[in-house]
Design a binder for this molecule. Structure first.
Ligand code: CAA
Ligand code: NAP
Length: 246
């Protein structure tokens, strides 16, 4: 059988890089989709992933047409997309009383519109071929809300609604759609939180530490496996116990 083709948005980011490596180790051909403007980071990513079947493709997930063009290029090169992981995300934290419209639009545009933009272009190929795995990287803060994150929490909660609705639409076509809700992990996004606030957050995590990107990647690898076809419309929390629910 040909290798499954996996596309990971935010693919050169902290979680994205580990997700790419983990899927490649599991025998997938991986395309890391990310902004094309960060030459140094792209070069660093290329060095890290040199030994694996991983390549970089530039796209702005907030731009519908850009996503369409990127998906078209990948399908042209590789014949189709089997796995889509939506991991591109940004924060623009600030309490609502200080939040300008730009901070709202930017976060919704990348974190939520980005999921629509990529899924809209990728899903038909999956249903036509009768196989697909979509994983949306949400957040514990989409489940609980977080001070200073009305924009981010709204986008991440919106991803769950999107996930469940699309899961129903494509369930009979061999395509699963799930979300993963990480807690606070060791990446640039979390390191940008002021140190005193971050250490208070870590103190409140039952496991007592930040998550490792590889711990999120492990969950994504599990959900995208060929034999994970009965898990759909689900949300898997990976948060060190920060938010427990059933
Ligand atoms: N709970 C209650 N009160 C809080 C608070 C909190 N968590 N944080 C701040 N406050 C209080 C302050 O003490 C201050 O009180 P006073 O006015 O009485 O002095 C007031 O709220 C400050 O309010 P502001 O409107 O001035 O707040 P701000 O606009 O400056 O925003 C903040 C502060 C930038 C949001 C800061 O609190 C912060 O960085 N918080 C962390 C947010 C966070 O967790 N972001 C996660 C980023 S990583 C990520 O998102 C990944 C993931 O999915 C897990
Ligand atoms: P990260 O290191 O900042 O990676 C995110 C990647 O997405 C970056 O490479 C970023 O590029 C890219 N990106 C931003 N805007 C984009 C756009 N418009 N188009 C394409 N790519 C874009 O963050 P991370 O910690 O790995 O987070 C990955 C995902 O997990 C995000 O969706 C985040 O919300 C979610 N998450 C993270 C945590 C955590 O603790 N780290 C917890 C819960 C959920 P730039 O760096 O150039 O902006």
């Amino acid at each position: 059988m040909n290798k499954r083709i996996a596309v990971v948005s935010g693919g050169i980011g902290g979680l994205g890089t580990e997700i790419c490596l983990s899927l490649a180790r599991a025998g997938r051909r991986v395309v890391a989709l990310d902004l094309g403007s960060r030459e140094e980071r792209i070069a660093e990513f290329a060095g890290l992933t040199r030994e694996f079947d991983i390549r970089f493709e530039a796209a702005n997930v907030a731009d519908y047409d850009d996503c369409g063009a990127a998906i078209e290029r990948i399908v042209g090169d590789d014949g189709g997309i089997d796995i889509l992981v939506n991991a591109a995300g940004i924060t623009r934290d600030g309490s609502l009383r200080k939040m300008d419209k730009r901070a709202w639009d930017d976060v919704l545009g990348v974190n939520l519109d980005g999921v629509f933009n990529l899924c809209r272009h990728a899903v038909d190929g999956m249903t036509e071929r009768g196989f697909g795995r979509i994983v949306n990287i949400s957040s514990v803060n989409g489940q609980t809300g977080q001070f200073g994150q009305t924009n981010y929490s709204a986008a991440k909660a919106g991803m769950h609604g999107f996930t469940m609705a699309l899961a129903r639409e494509v369930a009979r076509k061999g395509v699963t759609v799930n979300s993963v809700s990480p807690g606070y992990c060791e990446t640039a996004m979390v390191m940008a939180v002021p140190e005193d606030i971050r250490s208070r957050i870590v103190d409140s995590v039952p496991v007592g530490r930040l998550g490792k990107p590889s711990e999120i990647a492990r969950t994504v690898e599990f959900l995208t496996a060929d034999d994970a076809g009965f898990i759909t419309g689900a949300n898997i929390p990976v948060n060190g116990g920060l938010f427990m629910s059933f």
